[in-house]
Design a protein around this ligand. Sequence first.
Ligand SMILES: *Cc1c(COP(=O)(O)O)cnc(C)c1O
Length: 398
Amino acid sequence: MTTDFTATRARFHLPEGVIYLDGNSLGPLPRAAAARVADCVTQEWGEMLITAWNRAGWMDLPRRLGDRIGRLIGAEPGTVVLGDTLSIKVYQALASAAELRPGRKVILSDTGNFPSDLYMADGLVRTLGDGHELRTVAPEAVEDAITPDVAVLMLTEVDYRTGRKHDMARLIARAHEAGALVVWDLAHSAGAIEVDLARAGADFAVGCTYKYLNSGPGGPAFIYVAPRLAAQSRPALSGWLGHEAPFAFDADYRPGAGIERMRVGTPPILQMAALEASMDIWDGVEMADVRARSIELTEAFIAGVEAACPGLALASPRDPGQRGSQVSFRHPEGYAIMQALIAGGVIGDFRAPDILRFGFTPLYTTIEDVTGAVEILAGIMATDAWDRPAFRARAKVT
Ligand SMILES: *Cc1c(COP(=O)(O)O)cnc(C)c1O
């Protein structure tokens, strides 16, 4: 193992007395981020004003950061760009992919996909209004559902609820055999597991940076388009920064070269400054090491919880090869249990209807965190400490 996880952990701010098992939802603060953002505000925005778009390299930041993320997901240089939110990038990739398969009307996805991805697909189908349909099947049934009418297969590689992982290379091969394109959502893959988009023959991929990649709340999403498809992909969200020459201010839209065309509007520079601080940490990390440590942590957590908490049922695949970097357990009172756990200093989250979800992020999660979390959870379960009205009151964000 070449990655020094003690060193990476030291580069994050982790509040005293908290075991953080929710970096799969919002990554913690890189220690250098506050100073980097402050510098961007005072030195770049403050002193350079609008000249910073050139002098501080703001205009190229979405591409530069795209390449740094690209290394973690096996993307070729120059194929990833940042901007907008993940929901928007899902729409954009899907629209371009669907347009590349004229005559085929089906967008195929699975019932475990994140609702926003399905909502965006539904919105696209309504906008197209020409007989397109969104078809969803159970995750296990996806492979057999790739019929000749499928234009695009749209999947989230790692299920946000259970952590179940699709076989990316296999499904791409099946889809291509059937003449379909594939859009992968890497929200729970980028920075979580090994991904090799180029080797798998991926077409389109999207993901977010505020989960495993630690860009902070509202950080921009990323999009990947395979080099062989980039020149043919027509952006549905044809904003000026995806234009071949934004500052020509032409009346007609001409798509930019390669991945540049997937940009839409003005990029969020302050958020990207925070992401730069996180990528300074990620640049020294090997995903094979992250995966190996993640499996150690998740295996230890499952063994510990199953030994100490008989009331909790494992909702994630038992085989680590079949899951991402999170572990979920089911319990009818999952919400109250999670609130009691958070009150006890262990932060995970709850996903309706009954899932307690825990993310394992080797950059800053240790085996001591795992044993500490198991001990606190076991205490709560053994004493029914969760069984209080205060823990049942639902907050807006769960
Ligand atoms: C987190 C997540 C999203 C969130 O989309 P935003 O537009 O960034 O809010 C979408 N899809 C999946 C699969 C996710 O995990």
